[in-house]
Design a protein around this ligand. Structure first.
Ligand SMILES: O=C[C@H](O)COP(=O)(O)O
Length: 319
């Protein structure tokens, strides 16, 4: 394949590449996602799927009313989702606004749970590149392991692909830790905000654009726009990472986020991953579920499978 730098040498060459991708068969994608979502999973596989889903959760709070105390409580839950049952796996990451990164870093210590921070004027992305880069740099300096940036949807929808590409490249550079950094560069998740992209063809193009520019993950949504994550959109993105690996050898992760609240939903996503990108992606390093209130349902279903009954409504702390 022509190198990403050559493809991105001008807006015209990026446009030629992205518009040369095969079109998405919308009806086919909807039908395939619907068909896969009816797959049933038997008991042992379901128990494993629940634990896998827990280990893939990016436990998220992105509210104006977030407080250091709320973030600390969420971090405790991320490390020990059920204090009474040490066999429950920890989640993959907590996801917070940049100003709360220090509290999350402090509360998580060496637990292995990552700190993800949204950045780049989340959720709208409407700010100057300088402000976005500085916000990213500060979050990384404060210890964020992962940055969840938003793309400039206005630029994308008006066909200015080069602007979107250049921003992602600049934010990726801001994810690099300075000399003496001990834990490597922060990973970059690129939020496409698919609910604003209008077509599946645009979702495919935005996925490729983000990957060409260096995304480590592509993420569906901010959770602030409806529709947020959907199965067909995630299917299109999983096809994109699969095809990108086949053409470049580079492996990029996928993160549906927004509106995923039940164990049933989480398992549908895992089936979709397995059937579309393949089981290499059934790993928290390559697949995440961004969610503010999915974890409790996973814990309740887990307990139901283990004991045959549901815990009372007050058993688990609020997500
Ligand atoms: O990135 C994650 C989303 O903001 C969470 O959305 P949610 O509150 O609908 O789970």
């Amino acid at each position: 394949m022509t190198s990403p730098t050559e493809i991105a040498s001008s807006n015209a060459s990026l446009k030629a590449f992205l518009h040369g991708l095969p079109g998405v068969d919308r009806v086919g994608a909807d039908q395939r996602a619907a068909m896969l979502s009816t797959r049933s999973i038997k008991t042992t596989a379901k128990a494993r799927a629940i634990d896998l889903a827990i280990s893939m959760v990016d436990l998220t709070t992105l509210e104006g009313a977030d407080t250091p105390g709320k973030v600390r409580a969420m971090c405790a839950k991320a490390v020990r989702p059920d204090p009474a049952d040490p066999s429950v796996p920890k989640v993959a990451a907590v996801c917070v606004y940049p100003d709360l990164v220090p509290q999350a870093v402090d509360a998580l210590g060496r637990s292995g749970v990552k700190v993800a921070s949204v950045a780049t004027a989340f959720p709208s992305g409407r700010s100057s590149l300088g402000v976005k880069v500085e916000e990213t740099r500060q979050a990384v300096e404060a210890g964020a392991d992962e940055i969840d940036m938003v793309i400039d949807r206005g630029a994308f929808l008006s066909g200015d692909y080069r602007k979107v590409y250049d921003e992602i490249v600049a934010i990726k550079a801001a994810c690099a830790r300075g000399e003496g950094g001990v834990s490597g560069d922060a990973h970059l998740k690129v939020i496409l905000e698919t609910g604003e992209l209008a077509t599946y063809d645009n979702v495919r193009r935005a996925s490729w654009l983000a990957m060409l520019a260096g995304a480590d993950f592509i993420k569906t949504s901010t959770g602030k726009v409806s529709p947020a994550a959907t199965l067909p959109v995630t299917l299109v993105m999983l096809e994109a990472v699969r095809d990108f690996r086949a053409r470049t050898g580079r492996v990029v992760g996928v993160k549906p986020a927004g509106g995923i609240r039940t164990t049933k939903d989480a398992i549908k996503y895992l089936v979709l991953v397995n059937e579309t990108a393949g089981d290499d992606w059934l790993d928290p390093d390559l697949f995440r579920l961004g969610a503010s209130s999915l974890l409790n349902d996973l814990l309740m279903q887990r307990q139901k499978m283990a004991t045959g009954r549901y815990a009372g409504p007050d058993y688990f702390t609020l997500d």
